[in-house]
Design a protein around this ligand. Structure first.
Ligand code: FAD
Ligand code: UDP
Length: 372
């Protein structure tokens, strides 16, 4: 087979690049995907009970990048959705990111008044402060509060999720869920938030629906690369695998998802409940809250973090840590040597903890470079 571009991976990164190249440059693209479906980790499907579920864990789209939102809006309508998360702390379900409502849910009103006034005085209102930042220089009551939140919300959850303590990871990891000095219970504050009205897989079907795009599923690119004539490749899988781990394996974190079904209309009051201190799983997510689907019964998942073992499970999370970044840089240098023939992009190829909007933005900006 003869094509202009060979793209490895049909997730957001690979699919957006395929669409841009096919529609804007009129060039022929072959996407090779090792799974039996498109959409990468955003893949969704209807389960046996007819509930729309996300196979690889809950995916909520949120972005402050209007061009990313507008780009995807060509291929989907959006269901407006604001994600809400409660964490079980001291036997109570309180909002996360931890905010002033969480404070009042956990402490007697007069003490909560005092703590919230001190927080506002020190940092201001409607301000987000990472837990590691608050802990750096807190004194008195604020020190008590910072330690309380650290111990009850972050420490054990992070150990479960990463097998590392919060301070052993890049500070950006726990800063994703900062202390929010506000009464806003939403998990994200981005201007654009929602889910594709007909689901992610339907969105991807439309992205890939172009006569210049061909798709080969159930195929690892190594199996076919010799037989395909292409001018350039874009690789969106793990960069260390591409280079046959010549500098050693990049570490990833994996997950096991346990799907459960109930005859109840709803199992929990919000999309996700976090369990920092109980159970082996980190969180449960009930899909009907996300999708707004009206159907009898409900499906939810428990997420069990796992060590990643090559060939046994899926590398879901690059691990943001300085020493692993240094290892990644060695692979980046290898990539630089062959950039005339192969380009690398995506959560696994860039070894970056991208959200979906960042993966799309990365693909769009790489396309700009290709096209200039
Ligand atoms: P992927 O989606 O991983 O796609 C890469 C594709 O390449 C895969 O389909 C893989 O099978 C294929 N591939 C790899 N190697 C080969 C090979 N050798 N041959 C052929 N094919 C290959 N983001 C959000 O914005 N909001 C969320 O709520 C959210 N929740 C998440 C929850 C979980 C549990 C996880 C793991 C991620 C979540 N994300 C979320 C992040 C989101 O999944 C990623 O940003 C996005 O999927 C990245 O897209 P990608 O195309 O770079 O990678
Ligand atoms: N986190 C935590 N407790 C929580 C929520 C998050 O300790 O209740 C930390 C944990 O280290 C987690 C990180 O913040 O991995 C980022 O959380 P996020 O919900 O963004 O993770 P993701 O959805 O990407 O798995």
């Amino acid at each position: 087979m003869k094509v202009d571009w060979l793209i490895v991976g049909a997730g957001f990164t690979g699919s957006v690049l395929a669409e841009r190249i096919a529609s804007q440059r009129g060039e022929k693209v072959l996407i090779v995907e090792q799974r039996d479906h498109i959409a990468g980790n955003a893949y969704d499907y209807y389960d046996e009970q007819g509930v729309l579920v996300h196979q690889y864990g809950p995916h909520i789209f949120h972005t402050s990048m209007k061009p990313v939102w507008d780009y995807l809006a060509q291929f989907t309508e959006w269901r407006s959705y604001y994600h809400r998360v409660l964490a079980v702390v001291d036997g109570k379900q309180v909002p996360v990111p931890f905010n002033l409502n969480s404070l009042y849910a956990l402490f007697p009103p007069r003490y909560a008044d005092k703590l919230s006034l001190q927080l506002i005085e020190k940092y201001g209102f409607n301000v987000k402060v990472p837990i590691l930042k608050i802990r750096e220089n807190a004194l008195g009551d604020l020190k008590f509060l910072a330690d309380y939140i650290y111990e009850n919300v972050f420490h054990n959850y992070t150990l479960k999720q990463w097998h590392l303590k919060p301070e052993e990871l890049a500070p950006s990891v726990t800063a994703r869920v900062p202390i929010y000095i506000s009464r806003d219970d939403r998990y994200f504050q981005d201007a654009y938030q929602g889910l594709p009205q007909q689901g992610y897989t339907a969105l991807f079907r439309r992205i890939l629906n172009h006569p210049n795009i061909k798709l080969l599923l159930n195929t690892a690119y190594q199996e076919v690369v010799e037989e395909i004539q292409y001018k350039k490749m874009i690789f969106t899988g793990p960069i260390d695998a591409f280079f046959e781990h010549q500098h050693g394996e990049l570490p990833y974190r994996s997950l096991h998802f346990k799907f459960l079904h109930t005859e109840q209309e709803y199992k929990q009051s919000v999309g996700t409940v976090n369990y920092p201190n109980e159970y082996d799983y980190t969180r449960t997510t009930e899909y009907k809250h996300l999708t707004g689907q009206r159907v009898y019964g409900s499906t939810y998942i428990e997420e069990y973090p796992q060590p990643y073992k090559r060939g046994e499970n899926i590398p879901y999370y690059p691990i943001p840590k300085e020493e692993y970044r240094a290892l990644y840089k060695k692979y980046e240098a290898e990539a630089e040597k062959i950039k005339g023939r192969v380009l690398f992009a995506g959560r696994l190829a860039d070894y970056q903890y991208y959200n979906m909007d960042q993966a799309v933005a990365r693909a769009l900006s790489l396309f700009e470079k290709i096209n200039c």
